[in-house]
Design a protein around this ligand. Sequence first.
Ligand SMILES: CC(C)(COP(=O)(O)OP(=O)(O)OC[C@H]1O[C@@H](n2cnc3c(N)ncnc32)[C@H](O)[C@@H]1OP(=O)(O)O)[C@@H](O)C(=O)NCCC(=O)NCCS
Length: 148
Amino acid sequence: MSEIIVKKAEYSDVPQIAEIERDCIPQPWSEAAFAAALEDKKAVTLAAFCGSVLCGFVTGVYLLDTADIYSVAVSDEYRKKGIAKRLLEEFFSSLPNGVNSVGLEVRESNMPAIKLYEKTGFERVGLRKNFYQSPSENAVLMTKNLKD
Ligand SMILES: CC(C)(COP(=O)(O)OP(=O)(O)OC[C@H]1O[C@@H](n2cnc3c(N)ncnc32)[C@H](O)[C@@H]1OP(=O)(O)O)[C@@H](O)C(=O)NCCC(=O)NCCS
């Protein structure tokens, strides 16, 4: 496998990002939503490339001292190679100094994602009953303290 390069996403990356999202997230963001995130100065979207192939991304936003991750996903054939972990680590590094914590919600049944978040320092801090629709499911709330 070629070296993985992670960089700030550009408009030309949006179709591939939205395609990965559609392939693996039950209620995916549209291309327009990803394009709007690129225009938002407080949003961070990073893309991982294996050679010329965009194989994963992370998108999130920060406000004052906290950040939220909206989505992280890696194409099926590139999984379990450390790409999501790398994307999250670069997301944390890209945040301004004043951001102290990162939060997210994840479907209770999504074990690969929960394991990934635990591996990168997130802790379970709550449960939001029936937060997700289609299918209805509880959300696990997780937080990572960046100042540990
Ligand atoms: C969750 C997801 C992003 C992980 O991507 P990935 O690149 O395969 O993850 P990594 O290779 O970086 O794995 C890092 C750690 O996460 C955990 N992990 C990842 N996939 C796992 C799996 N299938 N089962 C159990 N643990 C898993 C492991 O702890 C792993 O560390 P290890 O390899 O040292 O054991 C990927 O499975 C995916 O895109 N899923 C669909 C989208 C999704 O559910 N996103 C999250 C919701 S927003």
